[in-house]
Design a protein around this ligand. Structure first.
Ligand code: CA
Length: 233
């Protein structure tokens, strides 16, 4: 597969150097920006495949950069946050970021996130070309038109909410979906009780979907943030 072209947005030069060195050693092509304004300009003029975006930029908040880019593009954005508070990640994910890395991160972590995003990119293209109403991931198959899901050819007996939850995760495969996003889409609101209900429905869905609910293969938990459907090779 062709290595994607990456826009690295980071004002802190040691971190930026670590990222670009890693990219260079792994044959990625890249471009850098050290402010929000430059990032938006570079994203618009160079059409990168993936953006690595630091949230704390000198001229504007990274979340503003995401909002601006999302007004015209769906390209994957991986947020880099020095702040370990979940709130920043949640705000960035709700604004349209796809994934996040928390500083300090290792070279392996960075490369792993890029691989997940690349896999998502290649499947996004394939899904668009196929324009299919059937979603297939590993042994899971969701027939959106028929309103049913199968695991290893056997129909899954899901409640309407479990099915809705599964569809949301599948339609955004590879992307971390926040609690707010999920409850807004299921119940049209996000109250404290809704997040608790979401956990309950997630547990029952997992029991039906995962062969080992304690070490899930399909749905990954991001504690305090949300959930993600993993792409299975
Ligand atoms: Ca910074």
């Amino acid at each position: 597969m062709n290595k994607p072209f990456i826009l690295v947005v980071e004002d802190d030069s040691p971190v930026r150097n670590l990222i670009t060195t890693t990219l260079k050693t792994n044959d990625y092509r890249y471009l850098t920006a050290s402010s929000g304004e430059t990032a938006i300009l570079e994203a618009a003029s160079h059409n990168p495949d993936i953006i690595l975006l630091d949230l704390g930029l000198p001229d504007m908040d990274g979340v503003q950069v995401i909002k601006q880019i999302r007004s015209w593009s769906n390209l994957p954005i991986i947020v880099i946050s020095a702040r370990s508070e979940d709130w920043d990640k949640i705000e960035a994910l709700d604004a349209g970021a796809d994934d996040y890395l928390t500083k300090p991160f290792s070279v392996e972590e960075l490369l792993a996130r890029l691989r997940v995003t690349q896999r998502r990119l290649s499947f996004m293209t394939a899904d668009m070309l196929a324009a299919s109403s059937i979603f297939i991931n590993g042994k899971l198959q969701v027939d959106y038109a028929g309103g049913c899901a199968y695991l290893d050819g056997q129909e899954l007996h899901l409640t309407p909410i479990e099915y809705k939850l599964l569809c949301l995760l599948c339609r955004h495969v590879g992307k971390v979906l926040t609690h707010t996003f999920l409850t807004q889409n299921i119940w049209g609101r996000c109250w404290e009780n809704d997040v608790a209900s979401l956990r309950v429905f997630m547990a029952t869905l997992r029991k039906k979907l995962e062969s080992k609910p304690d070490s899930p293969q399909y749905i990954q938990t991001h504690i305090g943030v949300g959930y993600r459907m993993m792409r299975i090779e």
